[in-house]
Design a protein around this ligand. Structure first.
Ligand code: GLC
Length: 682
């Protein structure tokens, strides 16, 4: 009853909100008129100049908004009308942009201004991200606010807070089924706590990232509830069909996201005799972006959240947001139109924010989400193929595919910024370049099986531990879950109390971080990786989680272990201090900036990868041994002496020995005394 009442109150609030937005402001009316005019006026007619009327004085803030709006107006209107051909909805959008701009706090506006002046602010070599679940890390927002010192101790200046908006318990997909885009989960605190947290983060120069789950809502979202009640207005915000004809046509071409845990792309709702599109779990209903109301409202949610102090928006599952029968419903051109519009809307209302696209696809599908240099879409994208290829390299001890992949990334324009990572909250999908592998006699299905066996510790000389995810018995496909440390052998070595194995696991783990930090872009750690946190099997006791093995790497952060980062010789101290040192070096060496030149060098040794970076006179090369044996990298850099940035030792970059799972970051030095000095130091 209480729930019903709350629901009714919300409904009322929602409809008042919608009524309110219908009142258009002067800006909106102007833009509406302009829209209509633009569409109907034949271009060739010469227009007589109207007598110039003196514009009334406006505040500097309004002037700023108008300047930003004017910069994008033509293109935004053009794209909107192309997609929706609806002038009044466009006018409403403009009106709301102005309203959200007016609501934006002075401190956020100050950040916007600063970043507008320095649009490359996020590309520095000091950027380090960490993704974490608020409850796993510190119970709630207040707890997290109290732990910001630890975040700073990790040198992290960007935290990705995993989904924290209202979501139904047990039908949440880790929070990716959002029931209310404007309310945080009760267990995490209040909206005010979130605002306090973002303020506290900004004071410490920490950026806050959140997910904007665009593709779907929870079935408990107000719209979904009303759609389930048969209200046409709300049904039109989703994909509803009263028989199986169209759904089964979609099924012919649309792949499945969760073939085992949630097969199919539609769910039948017996209470109203309709099918609804559910690409992910049955309780996640796909939004219909053909309806401009959906686009507008989602943009208002985006701007609302931006005004709560969010700096980085991760556009969750963005390739899926537009659906067309007869296609795979992935990466359709309209998706790019929508992302481009979001970029402009952000630049008009809150230019301090950045868009991070979650495009877990092959490289040729990912890169278009950067847009063009003139018409950019996302600021940043996940370097997903490189991540998967990294683990392939761990399992095969063969760097050739990784070298090829890095060469592709290195050849892209430097404006493109990738988010680099070893592990995230999701499974590893083994999206590799199988065309190349086939040329080497490696088949897709058998290789995926090998990788999954390897990382479960069944094949090769593997010490890894982890579990399969969404094993598809039809295609033979399966994905993999586990933490970085478990995949490197820390879990097994700890369990077997084997110190040699632990040494090797720690070396491998550190080497992988050193390699990841050497890539162009922004590195993001997965919370717990900095202390070697291993898999957590307790999810199996939770009926809501047991079916989803991704929870194996979403365990609670173990503060008792974090307390050991200063205990000399502990696993935590060895990993933490090595990563800390790498981050410090990365920050102090300009060759690590995102837009440095980067390339790979052949080492003539199957297991050893060599990467180079050059920026403004500084050159660094990195050597990474992906095997458990000592190796020699047969490189031949004849341009002088190099200094090992980890030890200070001066050496030649020619025929370099690298211990098992070792690495070197070598910087070219012009100091003629360097060799002598370092000999003394050693
Ligand atoms: C993204 C998330 C994943 C979630 C899915 C559906 O891929 O990373 O965790 O299950 O979107 O929202």
């Amino acid at each position: 009853m209480a729930e019903k009442k709350a629901g009714a109150a919300k409904t009322k609030a929602a409809s008042t909100k919608e009524k309110k937005v219908k009142k258009t402001s002067a800006v909106a009316r102007r833009s509406k008129a302009a829209t209509e005019k633009k569409i109907v006026t034949p271009a060739a007619e010469p227009v007589k100049a109207a007598p110039v009327k003196a514009e009334p004085e406006v505040s500097p803030e309004t002037a700023t908004f108008r300047r930003r709006l004017a910069r994008h107006m033509d293109e935004l209107r053009w794209l909107y009308m192309e997609l929706y051909n609806n002038g009044s909805m466009f006018a409403e959008l403009c009106d709301q942009m102005e309203a959200f701009y007016n609501d934006r706090s002075a401190s956020l506006k100050a950040i916007d201004d600063k970043r507008e002046q320095a649009p490359d602010w996020y590309k520095g070599n000091d950027m380090l991200g960490m993704q974490l679940y608020v409850d796993n890390f510190a119970d709630n927002f207040k707890g997290l606010q109290n732990k910001l010192d630890y975040i700073q101790r990790c040198s992290v200046n960007y935290i990705h807070l995993m989904p924290f908006l209202e979501t139904p318990e047990g039908r949440s997909d880790g929070g990716y089924a959002v029931a209310d885009f404007r309310k945080v989960q009760d267990k995490l605190g209040t909206n005010e706590d979130l605002k306090n947290l973002t303020d506290a983060c900004h004071e410490k120069n920490i950026n806050v990232c959140m997910d904007l789950v665009m593709n779907h809502t929870s079935e408990d979202h107000e719209w979904a509830k009303r759609a389930r009640n048969g209200e046409g207005e709300y049904m039109s915000r989703y994909f509803f069909y009263d028989n199986a004809d169209i759904p089964s046509k979609y099924e012919e071409t649309v792949p499945q996201v969760f073939p085992t845990t949630a097969p199919g792309n539609f769910t039948y709702l017996p209470e109203i005799g309709h099918f609804v599109m559910t690409s992910f779990y049955p309780y996640q209903w796909d939004l219909n972006y053909r309806n401009p109301r959906v686009f507008n409202e989602m943009m208002y949610n985006f701007l609302y959240l931006a005004n709560q102090g969010i700096d980085i928006f991760r556009l969750d599952a963005v390739p899926y947001i537009w659906k067309t029968l007869g296609t795979q419903c992935r990466n359709l051109p309209q998706v790019h139109t929508i992302v481009r519009m979001m970029r402009m809307i952000g630049e008009i209302v809150c230019p301090g924010i950045i868009l991070l696209g979650e495009v877990v696809m092959e490289p040729e599908k990912v890169v278009p989400y950067f847009g063009t240099v003139d018409k950019p879409e996302c600021h940043m994208l996940y370097n997903v193929t490189t991540m998967a290829t990294t683990w392939h390299t761990v399992a095969t001890r063969d760097v050739s595919l990784l070298k090829k992949q890095l060469d592709i990334v290195d050849s892209l324009p430097k404006e493109y910024v990738f988010l680099n990572y070893l592990r995230c909250h999701d499974d590893i999908g083994w999206g590799l370049d199988y065309n190349t592998l086939r040329g080497q006699g490696v088949g897709e299905v058998s290789h995926k099986k090998y990788l999954n066996d390897y990382f479960r510790g069944y094949a090769g000389s593997s010490n890894s531990r982890g579990e399969l995810y969404n094993e598809d018995f039809v295609t033979g496909d399966a994905r993999f879950c586990g933490t970085t440390a478990s995949m490197c052998g820390v879990e097994r070595a700890g369990f077997e109390d084997n110190s040699d194995m632990m040494d090797s696991a720690i070396r491998e783990d550190i080497m992988l971080h050193a390699y990841m930090f050497m890539q162009s872009g922004i590195p993001v750690l997965y919370s717990g990786d900095e202390i070697g946190q291993v898999n957590d099997y307790t999810y199996k006791a939770d009926p809501h989680k047991v079916e989803d093995s991704r929870y194996i790497h979403r365990g609670k952060f173990i503060w008792e272990n974090a307390a050991k980062i200063d205990d000399e010789g502990s696993v935590q101290q060895r990993l933490f201090s090595a990563i800390e040192k790498l981050v410090e070096i990365r920050k102090s060496e300009k060759a690590f900036v995102t837009d440095a030149d980067s390339w790979t060098i052949d080492t003539w040794e199957r297991e050893v990868l060599c990467m180079g970076r050059y920026y403004d006179g500084d050159k660094i090369i990195g050597l990474f041994n992906f095997s458990e044996h000592d190796k020699t990298a047969w490189i031949n850099e004849t341009d002088g002496d190099y200094v090992d940035l980890m030890t200070g030792k001066v050496m030649k970059a020619q025929g370099v020995d690298i211990p098992a799972y070792g690495f070197l970051w070598l910087k070219k030095t012009d100091d003629p005394e360097a060799e002598v000095q370092s000999e003394e130091k050693l």
